[in-house]
Structures are given as C-alpha cells and as structure tokens.
Design a protein around this ligand. Structure first.
Ligand code: EPU
Length: 343
C-alpha cells in the first residue's frame, strides 16, 4: 500500500474536475484498510466510485479509496439467494452478474454508477426500486476499534436518498460489504413510467435492457460527459405548500411520500428554462435538468456557481428550496452549498 502525496483526484470522480488530496491510498484488502486507518491525518475521506461527490477544493487530509472485491453466494434456502458482496465491487457489473446467474431482482437498478459499498449510503434508487428492498445487512468497520459490526436494514435507517451512514455513522464507519437477499419467485416491478409498457410477462432481462435504454437516453454517460447523476434531491413538501404550487401548475408531476408530497426537481428546474444553461464549463444537462454536466473544462467553482443559480431560480419561482444530493467535500471535510457560497 503506497501513500501518494498531493495526488489529483480527477480520475477517481465522475465529475472529472481537478482537486488534490494531501494524501491518497488505495486499499484492496481489509488488512490494508485497517493499516490505512492508522495513518496520521487531520481528517480522512472514504472514496468509493466517486460518482456522487464534488470536491469543492483540494482536500487537506487522507483519501482512502476502497477497492475490496469478492462475492459469496449462499443458496441454502429454496426461496431466497443470499449474496455477500465486498464494498469495492462495481455496482452495475454486480447487477449484470446477478442476472447472468439467474438471480433476478436488481434489474431496475441497472447502470447506476458507483460501487456496492456506496449504495447503502444514499439508499440508491431508480424506476420504483430502492436498495433497501433487497438489503439483508451492511458490514461496517468501526474506524476507532477497527472491528466489524453487522447492521440490520432497520439499523441502517434507510429513507429516500438517506441512511445512518450519512448521519450518525458519517466519518466513523467504513462500509466493507453489503448482504443482499433476492427472493424466488421473482416479482417484476414495472409501475414506473418507461417500464409500464413492458407487460406483466416481461423477464428480468427485458426490464434490465429497458432500464439501460432509458438511462442511456436521458442521463449522460459519466465516461463521456462528467456528471454525478441527479444533482438535487426531489423535494418533499407538505400538502399546504403543494396546493399553492399545484393551483398554478395543475400538470406538475408529483408522488405521494407518506403524509407529504414529493415533487420532481428536474421538472421544477426545467420550468425555469434552465436546460442547457451554462456557467463556465458547467451546464444543466440538455435532456434531464436534474443533472449538471462538466462540458470538459468545468472547475468545481463553475459547478458550485451553477448549482447556486439553479437553487436561487427555483426558490424565487416556486418557493421550494432544493437540497443537493451530490455530497460536497471541502478542504477539511464534508460541507454544503450554502456554506461554500458563504465562504
Ligand atoms: N422532468 C422534466 N424535465 C426534466 C427532467 C424531468 O419535466 O428535465 C419530469 C419528467 O417528465 C417526469 C418527472 O420530472 O415527469 C421525473 O423525471 P424522471 O422520471 O426523469 O426522474 P427524476 O425524478 O428526475 C429520479 C431519480 C433518478 C432516477 C429516476 C428514475 C432522484 C433525485 N433522482 O429522477 O436517480 O434514475 O428518478 O427512477 O430521486 C440519481 O439519483 O442520480 C438518479 C439519476
């Protein structure tokens, strides 16, 4: 395990902007991870696929990139397959692999960038399915005691793009593996818009292909156009606030969220005519307004300025304060749009 000094993180993040880490290591085993956690540093950051992060500045501490690999299968029960998957496995390749083995269930989550260990952090979700629907457990290394503890799904406190790993366990725990339970017989989930035409006899592979096609049409490929997927979360508002907006915009897409209502941030941004709007090298994606892309020359500052413009414009027009889904990392650790703009 080599400690690299003043290392450019650009190749390790899907936004592809320059940002230097004071120290950087790649770990491929649990033993290496434990050694890395003993390296003295003012702060550290655990990096998976780097597909949901924006480095707003150079990082003054140690970045540990998790490359733990391996999948173990347990088919002991007739009606369920249990999988134990190391945190560094690529998410989409894992989904593809499950389908090739005949383990159906994860097809709606195809083509989501990133690694398996990052999936529980924001409870990744797409096309009517969330990670929590299949999660059996999450194995976590305590950064102080260097012991592993297994968290049940209830303990993970999964919610829309949220979990305990973004809250209480942030910075003090490293996800090392995720357990999945895939049930047989499998039930197709085709309620979500672009899947609704597939018909009830659609196979998991058909759904997988349709999800890939839909994502490829709407979402930019991070290998060609830097981005971090949805930049903002879909806002969840109360009924009174919803009624005021819906009164003026009766066709506005919305979804139930408990006793509240979830709006489509992409629609709100689109209504402000921001598709294609550019700030330096950062641009609101022309096909899906919820995504900010790096046209090739974007700096973190360009992306931050564009995000701030989107936030202000939507707030002024709809009185809805968007929250970013992409995590902002500053010199000394996690930060947010408001703090970065203040500083
Ligand atoms: N819409 C517009 N204009 C746009 C974008 C969207 O009018 O530019 C409208 C659409 O027509 C639709 C609604 O907004 O009526 C919702 O759009 P879409 O189905 O594309 O999904 P989304 O809410 O924008 C969410 C997730 C995506 C996920 C899709 C599909 C969040 C923050 N985003 O996007 O997740 O792939 O649903 O399930 O929840 C990600 O997290 O990075 C991500 C891509």
């Amino acid at each position: 395990m080599q400690i690299l000094k003043n290392h450019n993180l650009k190749p390790y993040t899907s936004f592809g902007v320059d940002a230097y880490a004071a120290q950087f290591v790649i770990v491929t085993t649990l033993t290496e991870l434990k050694s890395a956690l003993k390296i003295p540093a003012p702060q550290r950051l655990i990096l998976g696929g780097g597909s949901n992060l924006l480095f707003c500045d150079d990082f003054a501490g140690l970045v540990i990139r998790i490359c733990l690999t391996g999948i173990t299968v347990n088919e002991s029960a007739d009606d369920v397959v249990s999988l134990h998957v190391a945190a560094g496995e690529n998410w989409h390749e894992f989904v593809q692999w499950t389908l090739a083995q005949g383990y159906d269930g994860l097809e709606n989550l195809a083509l989501i960038p990133g690694v398996v260990g990052a999936a529980p952090v924001q409870n990744i979700g797409a096309y009517g399915v969330e990670l929590k629907d299949f999660c059996d457990y999450v194995d976590v290394l305590d950064t102080e005691t260097l012991t592993i503890r297994r968290y049940t799904p209830a303990e993970c406190q999964f919610d829309y793009r949220d979990s305990i790993f973004k809250g209480e366990l942030k910075d003090i725990a490293v996800i090392t593996a995720v357990g999945f339970k895939l049930s047989k017989p499998w039930i197709a989930k085709i309620n979500y818009g672009p899947l609704a035409n597939l018909g009830n006899d659609a196979s998991a592979l058909t759904i997988f292909k349709q999800v890939c096609l839909t994502r490829q049409q709407k979402l930019p490929d991070p290998n060609k156009l830097g981005n971090a997927g949805s930049f903002f979360k879909n806002p969840i508002i109360n009924k009174a606030q919803f009624d005021v907006i819906a009164d003026k915009h009766p066709t506005m897409p919305h979804y139930p969220a408990g006793d509240k209502i979830k709006l489509a941030a992409g629609w709100l941004i689109d209504q402000c005519n921001l598709k294609g709007y550019q700030q330096g090298g950062a641009q609101v994606h022309t096909e899906q307004a919820l995504v900010i892309v790096n046209t090739g020359t974007a700096t973190a500052h360009d992306i931050i300025m564009l995000a701030q413009h989107i936030h202000t414009t939507v707030l002024t027009r709809f009185a809805v304060a968007l929250q970013h889904e992409v995590r902002f990392i500053g010199r000394d650790g996690e930060t947010d749009l408001a703090e970065v703009c203040r500083g």
